[in-house]
Write a protein that binds this ligand. Structure first.
Ligand code: NAP
Length: 293
C-alpha cells in the first residue's frame, strides 16, 4: 500500500511542539522569539504566503513585526529597513518575501540580513555552514523547504543511510541545499536539471526522488522505480478543464506515480505546509543561538 505522506499533519505536530518550546522560553526568559516579515509590493502569491506565514507564526507564539512596503520602495530604503531590523534586539528572524521588484537586487538584500537573523537560511554564511557542517545539527539555519522535506522523510521513519537519492532541480533554495542535507544523512546523491541527459533512467535509479522543477506533472510513472519514495516540491497552477476552474498540481503526475511507489507527498498538502513550519523552527533556532541557549 502506498503511503501518502501528510505534510499538513506532520507540520501541525512540528508547530504543536514549537508552541510548547516557545511557551517554555517565555516562562524562563520572559521573552519570545520575534520574526520580521518584509514584503515589497502586492504580488498576489507573495501576499498569500506572507499571510499564511504570519498566521502560523502567531499561532506558535512568535511575535510578528509586519513590514509591508510600497512597490515603489527603492533598494536603499529596503537596505535601511533591514539595517534597522538587524539592530533591533526584539527581532530574532528576518524574512524578506521573494520575488522583489525588478529595481531591487535580491542577492544584495539577502546578503544584508545579519546571518544570525537569517530565518530563510539563504545568507552565504549559512549556505557555507550547511555545506561544511558534518551533521544537520539543530543550530544551523537551513533553507525551509529542503529542511521540511528532510523532516518529512525522518518522520516517516525512512532509513536514509546508503540510499540512492536523486534530486531534480539545482536552485539555491531547494535543489542544492536538499543535496547537502541528504549527503549528510549518508545518501548517495545525484542532482539532475534541465540539461541532464537520460534523466528518466537516472530517476529510475532513485530510492528517494525529490522533484523541484516548477513545471506541472513532468515526472511520469516510467521515471520511477517500484517502491521508491517521492517528494514533490513543485507547485503549479493549471486549468482544470473538468470544472472550468484552476487547480494546483505538483511536478509529479501524482495519480499515475502513486500506484508504483511506496510513499509520495501530495500537492497541495505535502511540502508546502512543512516550509512554513520550518520558517518558525528557524526563528526559534535563531532566538536560541542569539541568546546562546
Ligand atoms: P527554479 O529556481 O526555477 O529551479 C528549477 C530547476 O528545475 C532548475 O534547476 C532547472 O534546471 C530544473 N528544470 C527545469 N525544467 C526541467 C526539466 N524539464 N527537467 C529537468 N529539470 C528541469 O525553481 P525552485 O525555486 O527550485 O522551485 C521549484 C518548484 O518548487 C516550483 O514549482 C516552486 O513553486 C516550488 N517550490 C515550492 C515550495 C514549497 O514550499 N512547496 C518552496 C519553494 C519552491 P536548470 O538549472 O538547468 O535551469
Amino acid at each position: 500500500m502506498t503511503k501518502i505522506i501528510d505534510g499538513k499533519k506532520i507540520s501541525q505536530r512540528l508547530k504543536d511542539n514549537l508552541r510548547i518550546e516557545i511557551d517554555e522560553i517565555k516562562n524562563t526568559f520572559k521573552r519570545v522569539p520575534g520574526l520580521a516579515v518584509v514584503q515589497v509590493g502586492d504580488v498576489t502569491a507573495s501576499s498569500v504566503y506572507v499571510k499564511a506565514k504570519t498566521k502560523a507564526a502567531k499561532e506558535v507564539g512568535i511575535i510578528v513585526f509586519d513590514h509591508h512596503l510600497d512597490a515603489s520602495t527603492t533598494q536603499s530604503d529596503l537596505l535601511h529597513l533591514i539595517n534597522k531590523l538587524n539592530k533591533n534586539e526584539d527581532v530574532n528572524g528576518i524574512l524578506v518575501q521573494l520575488p522583489l521588484p525588478k529595481n531591487i537586487n535580491e542577492q544584495i538584500i539577502l546578503d544584508s540580513i545579519h546571518p544570525n537573523k537569517d530565518a530563510d537560511g539563504f545568507h552565504p554564511l549559512n549556505v557555507g555552514k550547511l555545506s561544511i557542517s558534518k551533521s544537520n545539527n539543530e543550530n544551523l539555519l537551513i533553507p525551509c523547504t529542503p529542511l521540511g522535506c528532510l523532516i518529512m522523510l525522518q518522520n516517516e521513519g525512512i532509513v536514509l543511510s546508503g540510499k540512492n537519492a536523486v534530486i531534480i532541480g539545482r536552485s539555491n533554495i531547494v535543489g542544492k541545499p536538499m543535496a547537502q542535507l541528504l549527503i549528510k544523512e549518508s545518501c548517495t546523491v545525484t542532482i539532475a536539471h534541465s540539461k541532464t541527459s537520460n534523466i528518466e533512467n537516472i530517476c529510475k535509479s532513485a530510492d528517494i526522488l525529490v522533484v523541484a522543477i516548477g513545471r506541472p506533472e513532468v515526472v511520469k510513472s516510467n521515471w520511477v522505480k517500484d517502491g521508491a519514495i517521492i517528494i514533490d516540491v513543485g507547485i503549479n497552477r493549471i486549468n482544470d478543464v473538468e470544472n472550468n476552474k484552476t487547480k494546483l498540481v505538483g511536478d509529479v503526475m501524482f495519480d499515475e506515480v502513486k500506484n508504483k511507489v511506496s510513499a509520495i507527498t501530495p500537492v497541495p498538502g505535502g511540502v508546502g505546509p512543512m516550509t512554513i513550519a520550518c520558517l518558525l523552527k528557524n526563528t526559534k533556532t535563531a532566538f536560541l543561538n542569539q541568546n546562546k541557549i
